[in-house]
Design a protein around this ligand. Structure first.
Ligand code: ZN
Length: 278
């Protein structure tokens, strides 16, 4: 059973709670970390949020999210770079280890072109992340999102971008790495190998868990809590551990159904299913 101190919960998971409530509830449950979604910063600043979180004794594995690099014109691509630099600054202020990148895709832009824009976009903001001492984590998304959310669908595609950029922090760690989310990559027959390669190269920046339900009523907001679906999460976590991953196991669930439940009861279920399935 993984220790709760290695569990982090994404604020989006308990979306009905504001940031202060989420911080207090996670801390009281014994959870070690909180990954902050930028919309949870509404009404506060990244600096104030960072202070609140530190005072509660929680760590911040990640700020979600940057990315969305492809655009039909140069103006759109430049705007994306500006937003990513702002996101990196917020991550530094909040004390987050990394910015998660949902890389983007635009209907009508061929995937090959979108991938080129993504690699160029990440390269363009990587030095900013290096200066801010923040990591960037490319999150490959399930191919069901290749039309409009991410032209990067696999760990291998993400790794190739990491290898192209090859920029390092002072401690030698690659600035650009990968956030491995079981929901997006569990189906990939190269997953075990790619996790091992990413670990060996220092690219494993994040590990997200939830579950894949065989029947989903919504493409975005009907993810399963661990154990509600068909992913062998514990097996994948074993691969992650063998690859030497030292970070948090982050619970990230978008679920209209769970957001409609009593959130205290839900958090107790998150803790129980984390201990049973991760
Ligand atoms: Zn994720």
């Amino acid at each position: 059973m993984p220790p709760l101190s290695r569990c982090a919960v994404h604020t989006i998971t308990t979306k009905p709670w504001d940031l202060a409530t989420a911080v207090a509830k996670y801390r009281d449950a014994g959870i070690g970390g909180i990954t902050v979604w930028r919309q949870a910063l509404e009404g506060t600043t990244a600096k104030e949020a960072g202070k609140l979180i530190r005072e509660a004794g929680l760590r911040v594995p990640a700020l979600c999210r940057g990315g969305f690099f492809p655009a039909k014109d140069a103006k759109g691509r430049a705007a994306a770079l500006d937003d990513n630099r702002r996101c990196i600054d917020e991550a530094a202020e909040i004390g987050a280890d990394q910015v998660v990148l949902v890389c983007g895709a635009v209907p009508g832009i061929p995937l090959e072109d979108a991938r080129k824009m993504i690699a160029e976009g990440i390269a363009a903001v990587a030095t900013h992340a290096q200066a801010a001492k923040v990591h960037l984590a490319i999150e490959p998304l399930h191919p069901q999102y290749a039309a409009d959310r991410s032209a990067i669908s696999t760990m291998k595609q993400a790794r190739r971008i990491c290898e192209q950029i090859d920029l390092r922090h002072e401690d030698g760690a690659p600035v650009v790495g990968i956030a491995c989310d079981v929901y997006h990559v569990w189906w990939d027959d190269e997953l075990e190998d790619e996790i091992a390669i990413a670990g060996a190269k220092g690219y494993l920046h994040g590990f997200h868990v939830c579950d894949w339900k065989a029947v989903q009523t919504d493409m975005l907001n009907d993810r399963g809590l661990m154990g509600e679906g068909c992913i062998d999460i514990r097996r994948i976590r074993g691969w992650i551990d063998r690859a030497g991953f030292p970070g948090f196991y982050e619970v990230e669930v978008f679920s209209t159904r769970w957001w409609g439940e009593d959130q205290d009861r839900y958090l107790a279920e998150i803790v129980r299913t984390y201990q049973e399935h991760v």
